[in-house]
Design a protein around this ligand. Structure first.
Ligand SMILES: [Zn+2]
Length: 236
């Protein structure tokens, strides 16, 4: 080989090596999931894993939250709880258990009284602050997640929350435990499946306050369904 070609050959070899390093590196960086998707066939690009986030609003409750935690523990499923601050008094142990069992905890509201919360910036921030304060007092951790009571979009308040370092969490599927009066477990399970249909990332809204016993009852079947569908359970 003529000497003048040597730099070109070295350059090409380096390019090939860089290409390999890039592909190999990407493979290593790909998240590892504990299930094999049926959609994956040999030679096809790896199917994106499907994810579900179970989110519980309005707790803690001495009646329902414990039942939900028992199920999550048994199934090895993480979840996210958006807390109503006012309800923590006398239920500190329940909130501590949510935290100790590794679930994520966010601010929902202190009072859950819409007219007061949304009446002014000051009232809104005070509601958030009071809820965050009691969560931190009981768990030792500052919450960083927030979900609006009553849902919906509130751009101005969202901007204020961002400034305070909060991430606002919406949902894209419901089990219907608020909208459907006296729904039984089977109805809630059906509604969760129906509203999550076709979504690769599901953020499911559930409730864990005292009237929602049917939600706890529906939970094992909901978990079973999404697990069978190949979803990975995550907390926020
Ligand atoms: Zn709520």
């Amino acid at each position: 080989m003529q000497k003048r070609y040597i730099p070109i050959v070295i350059f090409c070899l380096a390019l090939v090596l860089m290409l390999f390093a890039h592909l190999y590196g990407r493979d290593l960086a790909a998240p590892v999931f504990g299930f094999a998707s049926e959609e994956e066939t040999e030679g096809s690009p790896k199917a994106q894993p499907r994810e579900i986030y179970l989110t519980f609003d309005d707790g803690p409750s001495t009646v329902v939250t414990g039942r939900i935690l028992d199920i999550l523990l048994k199934e090895g499923v993480p979840a996210t709880f958006f807390i109503t601050g006012e309800r923590v008094f006398g239920r500190e142990e329940v909130l501590r258990r949510i935290h100790d069992e590794g679930h994520a905890i966010g601010v929902h509201t202190y009072s859950h009284r819409y007219d007061a919360i949304y009446s002014s910036d000051r009232a809104f921030l005070e509601d958030v602050r009071k809820c965050a304060e009691i969560i931190e007092k009981v768990t030792g951790e500052k919450p960083k997640l927030y979900r609006f009571p009553g849902g919906g979009r509130h751009d101005r308040f969202e901007a204020l929350l961002r400034e305070m370092g909060y991430e606002t969490v919406l949902w894209n599927a419901v089990c219907g435990d608020e909208e459907i009066p006296h729904a039984d477990a089977a109805t809630l399970e059906r509604r969760a499946i129906e509203t999550a249909k076709g979504k690769k990332k599901v953020v499911l809204l559930l409730h864990d306050s005292a009237p929602h016993k049917a939600t706890a009852e529906a939970l094992p079947k909901i978990i079973e369904h999404f697990r069978d569908e190949g979803y990975v359970f995550k907390s926020l």
